[in-house]
Design a protein around this ligand. Structure first.
Ligand code: PLP
Length: 458
């Protein structure tokens, strides 16, 4: 539309009548919306899920691209097979082996990022009104996918050990009585986005048993498994189940680069065939050029060293954020203690609306985070926030948390003034009916000041 052109109501109506019904359910991704604002240099953004790509050596990038130009220019510039190049799949098999899984490359399709896997799996399995089960809170980028396919999203509470499997079983029982069979359970079991928590070993075991007993599919989304800062790795769900009911989503985004847009799905053959058809319709094939890039990079054999370097950097940043939270957030706040990944999930007193808080934080303090409601299909999570610690320096993390703490303090004082409570008194929202109080926020571990550092859960 030309600059300065005002959209009239007549014009809006002209197009509105043409939109498909599913567009009414479509939601914008909170992170995408925030990206424009957070790109401003004066803003400290703890909002994105961005890995720190400035750590990747430019010389390595230059050498790999020069080699592609020399040795495989024509095929790098050409369309490729929908399922991806065999050589790329061998790199994927290497990453999966590092996570404790052994796969046949024929069980894999290379995708345009892990995000496309969520889209293709939902497209393949979900009719409007079908139930998809996921964690509460869930990956904010999955919410717009589920809503665009008109799924009925049922979210299961978590605690410090990940999804509450007892509640999952209760929910599955209820759905069965209602004769509603969920199409799949979507989970990020390791260093979850957004909560940072990890599904415990016994819960993993039980989840795959449930999938087998009830013949339910599980989509295991695992971008963060190799970004571990302490403790021993737990087996992926796919390793426990052998790839019968568990569909596995992996990505190069967090261990190499999100800009190359390369992910993958490993699934049983009949599901993979349908996913392949869905991908043909969506984009024909994944970028040949970036697949060649991964191939060249893996040939150098240094990818694991790079992931270790990332872990060292992110561990320090996580610690800086945890220390800053203990220093600058009010006593009423709680937050998770991630043993890996990129995120901390903080929950504030009920009377604080983090969407409102975000507007103030950006406007008054030039700092951003993701409001908790983005991680719920039904708008809950309103007093929580997701904080990212991978994308900015330790100094900026501390300064960012200090600024957010300042805005929270102002909000608490304001509430104290209006409600007549002392500003530091334990937070409650007496005017909210119990039924309206969000019940699905993660019951969080103790504040770090009350917890031994070494006890950080993973
Ligand atoms: C849990 C989870 N799944 C999927 C994605 C999508 O990643 P990509 O499409 O970059 O592979 C992300 C990105 O942040 C994520 O956190």
């Amino acid at each position: 539309m030309p600059d300065g052109h005002q959209t009239t109501s007549h014009e809006i109506e002209r197009y509105a009548g043409l939109f498909a019904r599913r567009t009414r359910q479509m939601r914008s991704s909170a992170m995408r919306d925030l990206m424009a604002i957070t790109a401003r240099p004066e803003v400290i953004s703890l909002a994105g899920g961005l890995p720190d790509t400035s750590t990747f050596p430019p010389d390595t990038f230059a050498a790999i691209t020069a080699r592609i130009a020399r040795e495989s220019c024509a095929s790098a510039l050409q369309y490729g097979p929908t399922e991806g190049f065999e050589a790329t799949k061998h790199c994927i098999a290497e990453v999966m082996a590092a996570e404790g899984m052994h796969i046949d490359v024929d069980d894999v399709i290379v995708t345009t990022g892990g995000q496309q896997v969520i889209d293709l799996v939902t497209k393949t399995l979900v009719d409007p009104g079908d139930v998809v089960i996921c964690e509460a809170p869930t990956y904010p980028g999955a919410v717009p996918v589920f809503s665009s396919y008109e799924a009925d999203v049922v979210q299961i509470e978590m605690d410090a050990d990940g999804m509450r499997i007892d509640l999952l079983e209760e929910t599955l029982g209820r759905l069965e009585r209602e004769e509603r069979r969920p199409k799949f359970i979507y989970t990020v079991p390791t260093f979850q986005n957004p909560a940072g928590v990890t599904l415990s070993a016994p819960r993993r075991q039980r989840l795959v048993e449930i999938a087998r007993e009830r013949e339910l599919l599980v989509l295991e989304d695992n971008p963060y498994g190799l970004l571990r800062y302490e403790g021993d790795p737990l087996p992926p769900l796919r390793a426990l189940d052998g790839g019968v009911y568990v569909l596995y989503l992996g990505t190069f985004s967090k261990i190499l680069s999100p800009g190359i847009r390369l992910g993958w799905v490993a699934a049983p053959a009949p599901v993979l065939t349908k996913i392949n058809l869905g991908k043909q319709a969506a984009d024909l094939c994944t970028s040949s050029l970036t697949q060649k890039l991964v191939e060249g990079y893996f040939a150098e054999g240094r990818w694991r060293g790079y992931v270790q370097d990332l872990c060292t950097i992110y561990r320090r940043r996580r610690d800086a954020m945890l220390d800053a939270l203990a220093e600058f957030f009010p006593p009423q706040a709680e937050w998770t203690q991630p043993g890996g990944g990129l995120f901390i999930w903080a929950t504030l007193p009920d009377f604080i609306d983090t969407e409102d808080l975000l507007a103030k934080a950006i406007q008054q303090e030039n700092v951003a985070f993701v409001p908790g409601s983005a991680a719920y299909a039904d708008g809950r999570g309103g007093s929580s926030m997701r904080l990212n610690f991978s994308a900015v320096s330790e100094n900026d993390i501390v300064e960012g948390i200090r600024r957010i703490g300042k805005v929270i303090d102002a909000q608490i004082s304001l509430y104290g003034t209006i409600s007549g409570r002392a500003a530091g008194a334990p937070a409650q929202a007496p005017e909210v009916e119990p039924a309206d109080v969000p019940t699905n926020v993660v019951p969080l571990p103790q504040r770090p000041s009350d917890t031994k550092r070494g006890a950080r859960g993973s």
